[in-house]
Design a protein around this ligand. Structure first.
Ligand code: PLP
Length: 477
């Protein structure tokens, strides 16, 4: 809870930090200041962004950054890690409590890193350990050159089944240009062409035929819920590990909006996440897992991760403490209510949404009915003071660069305090931009939007945000 004295402490801390930084490189202090001004001015609908609390932000700006702590709690490759051990223990404890997880590994520097840790933990448990046992070796260094070559081949032959990029999956879920597509023999499942929803019977059919080592569920741009109990049934039937990447919806899990079959933690063998999206923590990642994978997960650093970032781990601990509060549950519920209100407002104005709406924190607008690409719509919306990102829609004819979709999400605006009433006004602004933007013939990037109208809409966006100041406790004068 923010009190008058904590508010002034936050202002003092931010002001002092900028003074100290500015004394060394004034341009850096100026850019940090400018970023706050930009964030305050933006009507931010980027579904993967949020605003962390001052406590989370301040936990990162200190001397914890000076410490090397490769390894894991109480098993470090460096001396003098007692305080890092304390912080990592606190963060992991909060993570286990908030998510009801058996084990939590809080070191990954980002979501992509968390996925790599998870992939390699599964590969080690399911492929490397049995190979060592067969060779009666304790360590890979004890293998003969032939056995080692055979193990490397076996690791390279493993299969990953994840959601396709254009259906809403993430590029780390087996997309060929990404390392995940190069590491694994990969196949993907899409969505039902008629409904845009995951077709579990189809996932099951592909899994039966492909027999993946890892069945991966999770998304960056799927506006509906996933039934993780069904996904686990499918994984069990084909002997796969169920991995869930909850990067986008971790805050909805922590806030107990996603429960039962929609909570991945009790169903998955292993769960990866970011900490900075709906979870509202520092930029970073995390892995939760069942006990049998814990030892391999804890090998993340230095297996695939560089040295831990103790200052970010401290901030994760603060954010996870926040995520365990009743206020965070209210926040998570409001995120979903706001997304539903935004989707309703768009649908009432005949804006097309993939799957016809949303059940989570995001919606995916199909802008092709306006003759626009996602790239044109994204730029026109920005002209009107609305920050979004373009996103492919299922079977997108414009590919992943130009796209035909705009992804909108409510985590950030909800943190600012906007509610369902404001969401209708946001929908109106979006609709006005989309219906007044003309694509330039022959171009997927150029467009025209009347400058006076864009200025008027920007002013409306600013007026809408005015009663909801961002970081109200930080007054930089
Ligand atoms: N996984 C999913 C589902 C994501 O949406 C993202 C980011 O957008 C990531 C992983 C990667 O997270 P990061 O950018 O922190 O590496």
């Amino acid at each position: 809870m923010t009190t008058a004295s904590s508010a002034s402490a936050e202002t003092r801390a931010a002001t002092a930090a900028l003074e100290v930084i500015g004394a060394v490189e004034p341009r850096v202090a100026a850019a940090i200041r400018a970023e706050l001004a930009d964030q305050r001015a933006a009507l931010k609908l980027i579904a993967s962004e949020n605003y962390a609390s001052p406590a989370v932000l301040l936990a990162m700006g200190n001397w914890l950054s000076d410490k090397y702590a490769e390894g894991t709690i109480a098993r470090r490759f460096y001396a003098g890690c007692a305080n890092v051990d304390t912080l990592e223990t606190i963060a992991a404890e909060h993570a286990r409590t908030v998510f009801g997880a058996a084990h939590a590994y809080v070191q990954p520097h980002s979501g992509i890193d968390a996925n790599l840790v998870a992939f390699w933990a599964v590969l080690a448990d399911r492929v490397e350990t049995p190979a060592l046992e067969r060779a009666q070796a304790r360590h890979v260094n004890d293998l003969t050159d032939e056995d080692w070559a055979a193990l490397r081949r076996e690791l390279g032959e493993q299969r990953l089944l994840g959601m396709s990029l254009d259906a809403g999956g993430h590029l780390t879920h087996g997309f060929r240009p990404n390392i995940s597509g190069k590491m694994f023999d990969q196949r993907s499942y899409g969505v039902d062409p008629a409904t845009g929803l995951i077709d579990y019977a189809m996932v099951r059919d592909i899994a039966r035929e492909f027999r993946p080592l890892i069945l991966l569920a999770g998304y960056s741009a799927y506006p509906r819920l996933i039934n993780f109990a069904t996904m686990r049934e499918i994984a069990d039937e084909v002997g796969a590990v169920l991995m869930v990447d909850m990067a986008h919806f971790a805050g909805l899990v922590a806030g107990k909006v996603l429960v039962g079959d929609h909570d991945p933690v009790p169903h998955a063998h292993i769960v990866s996440t970011t900490t900075h999206k709906t979870l509202r923590g520092p930029r970073g990642g995390m892995v939760l897992c069942q006990p049998e994978l814990a030892e391999q997960v804890d090998r993340g650093c230095p297996m695939v991760l560089g040295g831990p970032l103790p200052h970010v781990i401290a901030a994760k601990a603060v954010a996870l403490a926040e995520a365990g509060t009743p206020a965070f549950r209210d926040y998570a519920r409001q995120v979903v209510d706001n997304a539903a209100a935004l989707a309703d407002g768009l649908l009432r104005r005949s804006v097309a949404l993939v799957t016809g709406g949303t059940s989570n924190h995001l919606a995916l607008i199909d802008v092709s009915i306006y003759g626009l690409t996602g790239r044109q719509a994204e730029a026109a919306l920005l002209d009107a003071g609305i920050v979004t990102n373009r996103n492919a829609i299922p079977r997108d004819p414009n590919g992943a660069w130009y796209t035909s979709g705009i992804r909108v999400g409510t985590p950030a605006l909800t943190t600012r305090g906007l509610g369902t009433g404001e969401m209708d006004q946001v929908a109106d602004l979006i609709h006005t931009v989309l219906t007044h933007t003309q694509p330039t013939a022959g171009s997927k990037a150029r467009y025209t939007l009347d400058a006076a109208l864009a200025a008027k809409l920007s002013q409306s966006a600013a007026d809408l945000l005015a009663p909801f100041p961002l970081y109200p406790t930080i007054d930089l004068g």
